[in-house]
Every structure is written in structure tokens, then in C-alpha cells.
Ligand binder design. Structure first.
Ligand SMILES: *[C@@H]1O[C@H](CO)[C@@H](O)[C@H](O)[C@H]1NC(C)=O
Ligand SMILES: *[C@@H]1O[C@H](CO)[C@@H](O)[C@H](O)[C@H]1NC(C)=O
Ligand SMILES: *[C@@H]1O[C@H](CO)[C@@H](O)[C@H](O)[C@H]1NC(C)=O
Length: 518
């Protein structure tokens, strides 16, 4: 997430050397010596359900601690900012990233939308309004990516916590930020509008709406500015969500596609017909572009086009989850979490990470084959260990592990809604792995309905495998319920930036998906 660029350039050169010469890992027993107990100080017997209920409150509290106004970890940060982590050194994450802030704020919007009239929501509303105002000023802040005049400045990935530009060298521009911010603000606008029924008709909310979307004053419309940026720059290369590789990326393209689709609907709602057509046209082109990320030879999606990496990446899961939310019934699915391509890519990533990290061979995952919950890191070639680089490789991340759970819960939810399951030959490896401990044998090109045992068994396994990933999160969370960025591939203890805002957001999103399906 935050590798320094000089390091990145070196790492970039070395990366491929490591990728193909990962040292063989010693046997697991070497690591699990006497005294090894990552449950230290935690109630060993707490069920997953009980822990999830407890951790939900802790995660929301600790997420809000990193948000201004009101957060206890944000002294010196400007109102409306979301810092990535309170850690100011080793590593210094005390900045606001446009991506991280938009993603975690979208979690707050979801909580707000649950019940806009609750006491919590009125507190959230104050935060969301400050976030909105600050985004306007960040958009207009000249920065090393450029300025507002030609929109180039919107590609700037991070700002100082006080709202001033970050001027150090960095992997810029990053073109996912404006798309994610537009998605978050559009969700807030929809939730706000639906809970203020008189706003639209009485005109009393014109100023509020106009600051978000005003066809005749694009420079003052936060959402429209971001949509314009996405529509004009989506097919130009930029840095990936991990800020390391320049190119065209699956995660970025998926959130750009969603922004263009929802942006077109929003433009229409404001009578901005020309813009609606323009955004729809870009969305169509993005839809046609997306299949380039499917690698038929590898039989999985790749995160970056033309990269010499494997392409397996947690960004595939995140792109799917943020690009095609399961709640979206109004647009044709493109690489939705339940799609064949995402599911087989998840399987391939899990198979890689299971053998790469010693903790994944711990007793909780006895099976050699099949799909089971493991700690997932960002991508196989990763060498960032949370503080610097380690040529032996990276570690599992909380947000990636939680995202795997969310993909499985979303797939289960989708199955419940569809009331039938068709297993294609593309998806067969995933369903075989999912059902490997069952006596049932999934067959390709077969549709299973409510009267088939296969349908119900697959549904159960999707939920229980999702729970296995959440169980991994539980195992490595400390006694206070804090989630850092990573957990150590050997000892299992937390490492990297403490209290990573995105870790809490990803956990809460996975939990919401679980509640919808249970
Ligand atoms: C706000 O809600 C009203 C009433 O449901 C609807 O007609 C209008 O299109 C909504 N506006 C936006 C911008 O979504
Ligand atoms: C971007 O779009 C332009 C105009 O349609 C096209 O000429 C160019 O090839 C595209 N670039 C990429 C990388 O797709
Ligand atoms: C499966 O379910 C979908 C959605 O409910 C429906 O459109 C489709 O016709 C069903 N297919 C079969 C083969 O039953």
C-alpha cells in the first residue's frame, strides 16, 4: 500500500527474480515450537458468531477513531479526513489516501443507509458532510499529479492529513480514486435523498445537491468532476491499487465501470442528458475492454495487463466487490463476485497462498486439496512485510482474507436469489474444490435447482468456507480486537501499520454480506 517509490523501482527490478526463486519453506513443525500460541490472552472457546458480534462494535469504533471530526487518533488532521492508520512512523501511514478514504467511507454510508434516522446516523451524517466538503477542496488543491483546470490533479493518490498536497515522489497518478470517491458520494446522495422525501420537491436541498452534482456548474460539483475525470482518463495507464505497477488494472477498471454506469443514471436524474449519454458510452467501452483481463492460458483473471507477474491478486477480489455490488440489480453483471471467472481466480489465489505461508499449514486447514479458509496476502510476488521489504516474501493481509469471505457470502446470496445453480466448465474447478470433502460430484454444464441436494450443499459450503476465512481473521486478531495491516506468515501475530482503517472497513463489509445470507 505504501511502498516508497525509490524502493519500488529497485523492488520492481528484483521482483521477478524473487517470484521465480521463492526459497522452499521449512516444514511447519519448525515454526510451531513450544510456547507457540497465537490465541494468547484470548478466550479460546468463543464461537465465531459471538466473536463477530463483539468485533463488529469494536471495528466500527476503531474505524471511526481514524476519522475526523471526532476520531481519537486524528489530532492534526483536517475535518473530513480519513487517515489510513494512526501509525506515524515505522511505517508512516498518517496520510489520507483518496482510495482508502473512499472505500472506508462507503462502509459508513452503508451503516448510515441502514437507518438514517438513528442517533448513530446523525453522527455519521456530520462526518459524511465534512468528508464531502473536504473532497471538494482536495479536488481543487494543486498537487504533483496536476491541477483541477484540466482535471489531472484528481489522479493524485494521497494528501497530507492536514489537507495539503503530498509532494514526495510516489506512484502517481492512480486513476481508481476519483471513481471510488464518486461511487461513495453517489451512494450517500441516494441514501440521503431517499430519507429526505421533501428535499427534492421542495427545492430546499438545492444547495446540498448542487455541491454534489450540478449540470451547469461542473467545477463546483464534486461527483460530476470525478465522473468527468473517469470518463476522459479511464483508458490511460496509471499505478495500481498497491501503488507499485504502472499499467491498466482490473481493480481500477472495475470501479471505473461502476462509476460510469451509476454516473449515467445520476446524470439522468439531474436532467443532464448529454453527460448521461457520454458516461453510458464510456461504460460500454469499458464493458468491451474488461475481457482482456481474462487469461485463457492461465485460466484466471490477471490484475495488470502485460505484466510479468502471475496476475493473481487480491485486487481481483476487491475489484469485483467494489465494482459489482451484489445489491446492484439494474446493470448487467460484469465479473461479479459470483462469476465463474472471479471464483476460479479466488481458488487459484488461495492455492498459491496456502503453500506460501507457513501459518496456512497450521492444524485448522488439514486438507491438502480443496478450498478452505486461509490467510490471504496481496499477490504471490509481494515482498512488502509491513515495514520494509523481505526477500522471503510478504504476509497475509486482513483486508484480503476478509474479502475472500465476502466473495463467498455474496456468491451464496446470489444463489439464494437465483434459486438455481448452473456449473459451467469454466467454474468446475472451483465447485470441485469447494465440494471436495463431499460425496456429491459437481458435473459441468449442469443446472441444479431447489430440489437437488447439490444446490443446498453448495450453498452450505459457500457459507461455511466464508466462515473459515472469517475464522482466520478471528485467530489473528489481538485481544483488544485491533486489526493491523498484515499478520505474520510464520508466527501469525499482527504486523505492519496498526489499526489500518481499511482492515476494519473490509471486515465490516464481509460481515454485512454474511448477515444478508444467514
Ligand atoms: C430523489 O428522490 C426523488 C423521489 O424519490 C426522485 O424522484 C429523484 O430522482 C431522486 N434524486 C436523485 C438525484 O436521485
Ligand atoms: C484509449 O482510447 C483511444 C480513443 O478511443 C484509443 O485510440 C486508444 O487505443 C485507447 N487506449 C487504450 C490503452 O486502450
Ligand atoms: C435459473 O434461475 C434464473 C433466475 O431465477 C432463471 O432466469 C433461469 O431461467 C433459471 N434456469 C433454469 C435452467 O432453471
Amino acid at each position: 500500500m505504501t511502498l516508497l517509490i525509490p524502493f519500488v523501482l529497485v523492488a520492481y527490478v528484483l521482483l521477478y527474480a524473487f517470484a521465480f526463486s521463492i526459497p522452499p519453506l521449512p516444514p511447519v513443525s519448525t515454526f510451531l515450537g513450544a510456547g507457540y500460541d497465537r490465541h494468547a490472552q484470548k478466550p479460546l472457546t468463543e464461537t465465531l458468531d459471538a466473536w463477530l458480534e463483539r468485533e463488529e462494535r469494536i471495528a466500527l469504533d476503531k474505524l471511526l477513531a481514524n476519522v475526523s471530526p471526532g476520531g481519537r487518533n486524528v489530532a492534526g488532521a483536517i475535518k473530513g479526513s480519513v487517515i489510513a492508520s494512526p501509525s506515524r512512523e515505522h511505517p508512516n501511514y498518517f496520510y489520507q489516501w483518496v482510495r482508502d478514504a473512499a472505500i472506508t467511507t462507503s462502509t459508513l454510508v452503508d451503516v448510515y443507509a441502514d437507518d438514517p434516522s438513528s442517533k448513530l446516523s446523525s453522527e455519521l451524517s456530520a462526518i459524511l458532510d465534512e468528508y464531502t466538503h473536504l473532497q471538494h477542496s482536495l479536488q481543487h488543491t494543486n498537487n504533483p499529479s496536476g491541477s483541477f483546470d484540466d482535471l489531472s490533479g484528481l489522479g493524485e493518490p494521497k494528501f497530507e492529513a492536514d489537507g495539503s498536497p503530498f509532494v514526495g515522489s510516489w506512484g502517481r497518478p492512480q486513476r481508481d480514486g476519483p471513481a471510488l470517491r464518486a461511487i461513495t458520494l453517489m451512494a450517500y446522495l441516494r441514501a440521503y435523498n431517499s430519507s429526505h422525501p421533501t428535499l427534492w420537491t421542495s427545492g430546499s436541498g438545492d444547495d446540498w445537491f448542487a455541491s454534489l452534482y450540478n449540470p451547469s456548474l461542473p467545477a463546483n460539483s464534486i461527483i460530476k468532476a470525478d465522473l468527468e475525470y473517469v470518463s476522459h482518463f479511464w483508458n490511460q495507464s496509471g499505478f495500481d491499487l498497491w501503488e507499485e505497477v504502472e499499467g491498466l488494472h482490473f481493480f481500477t477498471a472495475m470501479v471505473q465501470l461502476r462509476a460510469m454506469r451509476e454516473g449515467s443514471d445520476l446524470a439522468l436524474a439531474f436532467g443532464d442528458k448529454g453527460a448521461a449519454q457520454w458516461y453510458t458510452k464510456q461504460a460500454k467501452q469499458l464493458e468491451e475492454f474488461m475481457p482482456q483481463f481474462w487469461d485463457q492460458g492461465k485460466a484466471h483473471l490477471v490484475e495488470t495487463l502485460g505484466s510479468s507477474r502471475t496476475g493473481l491478486d487480491c485486487g481481483l477480489l476487491l475489484g469485483s466487490l467494489h465494482g459489482y455490488p451484489s445489491a446492484d440489480a439494474s446493470h448487467t453483471p460484469v465479473y461479479a463476485p459470483s462469476s465463474d471467472e472471479i471464483l476460479v481466480s479466488l481458488l487459484a489465489l488461495v492455492e498459491d497462498q496456502r503453500t506460501r505461508f507457513p501459518i496456512n499449514a497450521a492444524p485448522s486447514s488439514e486438507q491438502e486439496h480443496g478450498l478452505q479458509g486461509v490467510g490471504l496476502g496481496r499477490y504471490p510476488e509481494d515482498v512488502y512485510d509491513g515495514y520494509g521489504n523481505d526477500k522471503r516474501g510478504g504476509n497475509p493481509w486482513f483486508l484480503c482474507t476478509a474479502s475472500a469471505a465476502q466473495v463467498l457470502y455474496n456468491t451464496a446470496e446470489n444463489l439464494v436469489l437465483a434459486t438455481n445453480l448452473t456449473i459451467s466448465s469454466t467454474a468446475l474447478p472451483f465447485y470441485e474444490a469447494l465440494m471436495s470433502s463431499s460425496s456429491l460430484d459437481p458435473r459441468p454444464d449442469t443446472t441444479y435447482g431447489l430440489s437437488d441436494a447439490m444446490f443446498h450443499s453448495v450453498l452450505e459450503r459457500l457459507k461455511s468456507t466464508g466462515d473459515e476465512f472469517m475464522e482466520v481473521v478471528k485467530t489473528h486478531t489481538d485481544a483488544q480486537g485491533s486489526l493491523s495491516e498484515q499478520f505474520d506468515r510464520v508466527t501469525g501475530y499482527e504486523r505492519g501499520a496498526r489499526d489500518l482503517t481499511w482492515s476494519y472497513g473490509a471486515f465490516l463489509q464481509a460481515l454485512r454480506a454474511r448477515k444478508r445470507v444467514l
